[in-house]
Design a protein around this ligand. Structure first.
Ligand SMILES: [Zn+2]
Length: 557
């Protein structure tokens, strides 16, 4: 049905002055122009089919009108016009002509905004798309403008066995850790110097000159034009001993990502005197065989990985103790790390005395490779293999006393074992009663045969303790199931007790654990008790404060 619309679209395009380019056989290509503020802008529009899964591509054609003869916002170095966000656009494939009217209207708007200068600042937020790079790099940490840091090229094999080359930026220690982590080889025996320059402007395209810059003189002239302060900082650093090198990376931090130039100076051209070196570099237009490779750099700093998805406060620089690395704790340990635990000045500490058995693997973060290994140690090992820079440690034993939580800001009990949680509750209640420094505690567990997940937060104030989940006689205040008959009765079993439920239950319980920890980090835990129903047999309970049980044998003695 969609294909049958092609004659209709063809007719509309022709009526609007477009001519089919029949030399292109792989796609439908039309040449024509868009009228923008009385100026005809020549364009090519091409598409393969009309489902609009992919947007029709629009390219600016040469010669451009004089007022658009410069690098333009939303025009890539291939002349392709980015007229809609590829992730979020909406179209109606059942009305293809109207869709074309809308899409071309959008493209026209982008060009009109370019003519008026309205979208000049957009460039700063997507700058790496305009840089037209030949090399890729990653940075392991972020730095201040004017800082000297280090870089090297690394070589490794990807999963398809193909050799990959990558620039790695960081301090010497970070680079060494990263190549070990990645099982990669360094290209230079000694790391080289890099200069970190931050740009404050977002209007980053030049009004004149070659784009993108090919020689050092083009590069420096462009930098001077768009951000003279950044150029001054670079000028100063190039005139120092550390900046006088035959191989040098200049990193530019923009609001739309990191780019850079890798500068290679032939040995015979290399000058020891810093002043003369700088002068020669700044004047170079390609005659001295100085090579300039443009680089797009991805941010692999823990800060970026964590803060990109969490707008509010994250868990960076928090001291977190996680007790229990079982089916909940294992998944939770990874979620905590993704939210910033083990980064900055903080530390993540795991406790578990058990080792991984074959029966655990079907619903555990740990996999077959960790069979018979201690669960806490294995989680640390696996996390360190997944994230390059973590402050995380473990104790392959039970959590014994408040000494084990001495520096913690929060303790998370993910053991899901009621007797253990009750004894832990004793320690925390006692600590509060003595007015000693006491971390907050969050209990996360699965209840009612795996039909619901629950959390309880306790900070010694305002609400009940873990034992206050029951009344004096030991009856649950929040029965997990609608009918008690659905509860699987206790059995006599040697070794680990076991209730069958799928990994989805563990993952959801870990997820509500993380939700509460993030609320805690932001100081806005409103409801101390929360309950999530995973099954129709589970009972609904609102999130609420936990009232203290009058005469609670734990907190009211
Ligand atoms: Zn209590």
């Amino acid at each position: 049905m969609l294909e049958s619309a092609i004659p209709e679209v063809n007719q509309w395009l022709v009526k609007n002055g477009f001519v089919r380019d029949t030399t292109k056989t792989q796609c439908f290509s039309y040449l024509g122009s868009l009228k923008c503020n009385h100026i005809d802008v020549p364009i090519e529009i091409s598409f393969v089919e009309l489902s609009f899964k992919e947007l029709p591509e629009i390219y600016l054609l040469d010669p451009r009108p004089a007022s658009l003869c410069r690098p333009l916002p939303h025009v890539e170095h291939t002349n392709k016009l980015c007229y809609l966000d590829a992730e979020t656009y909406r179209v109606d494939p059942y009305n293809p002509v109207q869709t074309f009217v809308n899409l071309l209207g959008q493209a026209r708007q982008v060009l009109v905004d370019s003519l008026s200068g309205k979208n000049t600042n957009d460039v700063g937020y997507e700058f790496s798309a305009y840089w037209g790079c030949s090399l890729r790099g990653i940075t392991l940490s972020k730095h201040q403008s004017g800082d000297f840091i280090r870089y090297n090229f690394i070589k490794y094999f990807n999963l398809a066995g193909k050799e990959q080359n990558l620039i790695v930026i960081g301090n010497d220690d970070e680079i060494l850790k990263y190549i070990n982590h990645k099982n990669a080889e360094l290209t230079f025996s000694k790391n080289k110097n890099a200069i970190w320059i931050s740009l404050s402007t977002t209007a980053l395209l030049p009004y004149r000159g070659l784009w993108p810059p090919k020689h050092f003189n083009d590069f420096y002239s462009w930098l001077e034009e768009v951000d003279s302060n950044a150029a001054k900082t670079l000028h100063k650093k190039l005139g120092t001993k550390d900046g006088t090198q035959n191989r040098l990376l200049i990193i530019l931090e923009t609001k739309g990502g990191l780019v850079g130039v890798d500068v290679k100076i032939p040995a015979e051209e290399f000058i020891q005197n810093s002043g003369r070196f700088r002068k020669q570099l700044l004047l170079d237009k390609g005659k001295s065989r100085i090579m300039l490779n443009r680089v797009v750099i991805d941010d692999l700093s823990p800060k970026f990985i964590t803060s990109r998805n969490i707008v509010d406060k994250n868990l960076v620089s928090k001291n977190i103790v996680l007790i229990g690395c079982g089916t909940i704790g294992g998944y939770l340990s990874r979620l905590l790390v993704q939210a910033g635990a083990g980064q900055g000045n903080g530390q993540l500490t795991l406790y578990d005395s058990q080792s991984l058995s074959s029966g655990n693997i079907g619903r555990h973060y740990l996999d077959e490779n960790y069979l018979y290994e201690n669960k806490a140690e294995a989680c640390v090992h696996k996390l360190q293999g997944e994230f390059h820079s973590l402050k995380i440690n473990f104790f392959p034993r039970e959590f014994l006393s408040m000494n084990d939580a001495r520096n913690a800001d929060i303790v998370i009990d993910a053991t899901g074992r009621e007797p253990f949680s009750l004894s832990l509750n004793e320690l925390f209640v006692e600590c509060h009663n003595k007015n000693e420094r006491c971390p907050d505690i969050l209990y996360v567990w699965i209840d009612g045969n795996g039909y619901c997940g629950r959390t309880l937060y306790y900070n010694g104030k305002d609400s009940g303790c873990y034992r206050c989940l029951q009344d004096l006689s030991g009856k649950d205040k929040f029965p997990p199931l609608k009918s008690e008959n659905d509860l699987i009765p206790m059995t006599y079993q040697c070794g680990e007790s076991y209730v069958p439920y799928p990994p989805s239950v563990s993952v959801q319980a870990a997820a509500i654990g993380l939700e509460r920890v993030l609320e805690w980090a932001n100081g806005n835990i409103v409801h101390h008790f929360s309950n999530r129903k995973f099954h129709k047999k589970a009972r609904e309970h609102k999130d609420q404060s936990l009232t203290v049980t009058s005469g609670c044998p734990a907190c009211q003695k």
